[in-house]
Design a protein. Structure first.
Length: 280
């Protein structure tokens, strides 16, 4: 497998950064991740837009234009010959002279095997727990996952699949996913603030009115507990129904029809994008 480092393609096992990089010294950097289907990256423009906006917010210049970066990604996919995979782009804080000052960023692009959730978990749903916390600079996809990783032991002890962040009664997001709830009238709502603007989240919001109302607004923890249905979304999970939050059973305790209908629509949206962009 090949990876890309700054200006060249190199074997993935030889891709290293120096200990002086701010990614190592201070956990300073950004990344993004997207799927490759049939050898083609899905929703690539959306992911690149977020990548460049994150870089700008973190004061990390990207040496390549978006078109140049697209060509590099396409070449990496061709070199590796893996048609179903994930691509991760990392932009680090660079080799800092004092371990604190931003330097010239290092750009690393790697390709990974990708496994989507199986039918069993979709039929059963998942349990999540909650934790009072808000990510630093939540609209930016930084490499700082300290809290999410630190909470993994608690997640496992509670026999849960993930942890939902909240602060002062308002929920926000999971470490790597967005949240949606379904209200009693079948309206679908996702938290509007203190969240990463996920691409899967964006695609689900684009389904507004087809046939369900889908919108952003503040969501309180009590509303999550009382929801008819709930689900999380991400690039690598698409949609996972949530059937329990802490000790509260959500709805009937089984994946609901609205969540599964939105999943079907999301899959069709991916197929339509792939067909339109890469076949005709």
């Amino acid at each position: 497998m090949y990876s890309f480092f700054n200006n060249e393609f190199i074997p993935a096992e030889k891709n290293f950064i120096h200990v002086s990089d701010l990614a190592t010294q201070r956990g300073y950097g950004i990344f993004d991740f997207f799927k490759v289907v049939n050898g083609k990256p899905l929703f690539i423009d959306d992911y690149l837009h977020r990548f460049y906006k994150s870089a700008e917010a973190m004061r990390l210049p990207v040496a390549l234009s978006r078109e140049e970066l697209k060509k590099i990604i396409e070449e990496l996919i061709q070199k590796n010959g893996v048609s179903e995979a994930g691509i991760k782009m990392i932009l680090t804080g660079g080799y800092s002279p004092d371990g604190y000052e931003i330097a010239r960023p290092n750009l690393i692009i790697t390709q990974h095997a990708l496994t989507m959730p199986g039918q069993a978990v979709l039929e059963k749903g998942i349990k999540v727990i909650t934790h009072e916390y808000v990510r630093d600079i939540p609209h930016v996809k930084t490499i700082n996952y300290v809290m999410g990783i630190w909470l993994q032991q608690k997640v496992k002890e509670q026999h849960a699949a993930d942890v939902l962040y909240h602060m002062n009664g308002l929920v926000s997001e999971f470490p790597r996913c967005n949240l949606f709830i379904v209200k009693e009238n079948d309206e679908i709502v996702t938290p509007a603030n203190r969240v990463l603007w996920g691409i899967t989240r964006k695609n689900i919001l684009s389904l507004n009115g087809k046939p369900y109302v889908v919108r952003e607004e503040d969501v309180r923890l009590e509303e999550v507990y009382a929801a008819k249905e709930a689900f999380l979304t991400s690039t690598t999970k698409r949609i996972l129904p949530i059937v329990q939050v802490d000790d509260k059973v959500i709805g009937t305790g089984k994946p609901g029809p609205v969540s599964l209908a939105i999943l079907s629509q999301l899959i069709e949206l991916e197929r339509a994008y792939a067909d339109y962009r890469f076949i005709f």
